[in-house]
Structure formats: structure tokens, C-alpha cells
Write a protein that binds this ligand. Sequence first.
Ligand code: B12
Ligand SMILES: *[C@@H]1O[C@H](CO)[C@@H](O)[C@H](O)[C@H]1NC(C)=O
Ligand SMILES: *[C@@H]1O[C@H](CO)[C@@H](O)[C@H](O)[C@H]1NC(C)=O
Ligand SMILES: *[C@@H]1O[C@H](CO)[C@@H](O)[C@H](O)[C@H]1NC(C)=O
Length: 136
Amino acid sequence: MMSPALLSAALLLLLLLPGGPVAGFGQARITVLVTNSVTNSPNHTYGTYVYYRGILLGGLRRLQDSDSNFTFTYKEDPNYGPFLQSVNGLAGSNEERTYWELLVNTTNNEIIRPDVGIGCYIPNDNDQIILNYKGY
Ligand code: B12
Ligand SMILES: *[C@@H]1O[C@H](CO)[C@@H](O)[C@H](O)[C@H]1NC(C)=O
Ligand SMILES: *[C@@H]1O[C@H](CO)[C@@H](O)[C@H](O)[C@H]1NC(C)=O
Ligand SMILES: *[C@@H]1O[C@H](CO)[C@@H](O)[C@H](O)[C@H]1NC(C)=O
């Protein structure tokens, strides 16, 4: 067992570490922006959170459970895990060569395209997750 003094020192250290928990203990707030670059239909924004170093998929599930206006489905890929299949009823299609792209607007307003999918991406506090329907 750690002494109370050691424990509070450890907690303080954890809070001061860059990228450490800042949104409540351990949670990272995210917004999810749903956009469509094929039809340019209106954007939708939702808010949710992930656990400390939790995966984006966990946040998307939490969002789907808490907001009836957001739904998504995914398909398990044998090599890469969950592939985002549909958002709000609109599915990507091999025939039409469309898919849901995953982008992130980071806190320094940089748009990145993660090199992993929703099962591996670990959001940072205040990330804006962009789910963008597009062609390939
Ligand atoms: C082509 C391709 C795509 C195409 C696939 C559609 C198609 N019909 O061609 C599209 C454009 C849809 C795509 C999307 C993405 N891709 Co991609 N893709 C590739 C690529 C270049 C070739 C795959 C392939 O055709 N293999 C040959 C076929 C015969 O094998 P297959 O098993 O049937 O291939 C399927 C899977 O690879 C799957 N797939 C493709 N990308 C991804 C990504 C994830 C996360 C999953 C679960 C499945 C998956 O789609 C393929 C066709 O059905 C690979 C890199 C490579 N050289 O392998 C990257 C690759 C697989 N993709 C990758 C990524 C990161 C993505 C995105 C997450 C990018 C993004 N930020 O949006 C998205 C997926 C978002 C989502 N909706 O979940 C990474 C995966 C790494 C990882 N550990 O997660 C790879 C390895 C490239 C990289 N950056 O290193 N991709
Ligand atoms: C939706 O958001 C994207 C990314 O911020 C922006 O480029 C686009 O103009 C917006 N589209 C609409 C219809 O508001
Ligand atoms: C869902 O969308 C409808 C119509 O835009 C809106 O009235 C309702 O408040 C939204 N529900 C939630 C949980 O945000
Ligand atoms: C990225 O986030 C910033 C701050 O939240 C916002 O002003 C900007 O419009 C966003 N960019 C896109 C492309 O959505």
C-alpha cells in the first residue's frame, strides 16, 4: 500500500503530465462532426467523451446510446479490426466507391488523417472527430 502522501504526489504528477487527464478524472471530451463531401448535405455536431486513453469506438458507442440522432455501424475486418460502415443510416459502398473517412481536428487546429481506424484511435481531450463521407 502507498502512503497517503505518496499517493497524492503520484496523482498530482499524473495530472501535470502532458496529455494527462484534464476533463474530469480521466475523461477526454470530444465533439463528433458528421460531414458529407459527396452531397454537401448539412453538417451535424455531437458531443461525448472517452475514458482516459479510451478508444474512439467507445466514444461512438456512448454517443449512440445517449443521442438518438447519432447512429453508426461497423464491420469487423480480420486484420485491422472495426471498419466504420455507416453513419446516420448512410453506408459506404464498394459499388459507388464511397467510404467514411476518419479525420481529426486537433486542439492546435491541425486536420490530421489518422493512420488507424476507430478501434485504434485514442482521442485527446477536445479533439474534434470528423466523420467525412467521401469517394475514392
Ligand atoms: C485501399 C485501402 C482503403 C480503401 C478500401 C476500400 C476498397 N474497396 O479499396 C478505403 C479508401 C475505403 C480505405 C479507408 C481507410 N483506410 Co485504408 N487502406 C487501403 C490499402 C491502401 C489497401 C487495402 C487493400 O485493398 N488490400 C488488398 C485486399 C485484397 O485485401 P482486403 O483485406 O480485402 O482489404 C480490405 C481491408 O484493407 C479494408 N480496409 C482498408 N482500410 C482499412 C482501414 C481499417 C481501419 C479497417 C478496419 C479496414 C480497412 O478494405 C479493403 C477492401 O475491402 C491499405 C494499405 C495496404 N497497402 O494494404 C490501407 C490501410 C489498410 N488503411 C488504413 C487506414 C488507417 C484507413 C482509414 C482509417 C483512413 C482514415 N483515416 O480514414 C480508412 C477507414 C475508415 C473507416 N471507414 O473505418 C491503414 C490501416 C492501419 C491500421 N492498423 O488501422 C492501412 C494499412 C494504410 C496505412 N495508413 O497504413 N482504405
Ligand atoms: C461542414 O464542415 C466542413 C469541415 O469543417 C466544412 O469544410 C464544410 O464547409 C461544412 N459544410 C457545410 C454544408 O456546412
Ligand atoms: C434530434 O434532432 C431533433 C430534430 O433536429 C431535435 O429536435 C432533437 O432535440 C434532437 N435530439 C437530441 C437528443 O439532441
Ligand atoms: C477545427 O476546430 C476549430 C476550433 O474548434 C474550428 O474553429 C475550426 O472551424 C475547425 N475546423 C474544421 C475544418 O472543422
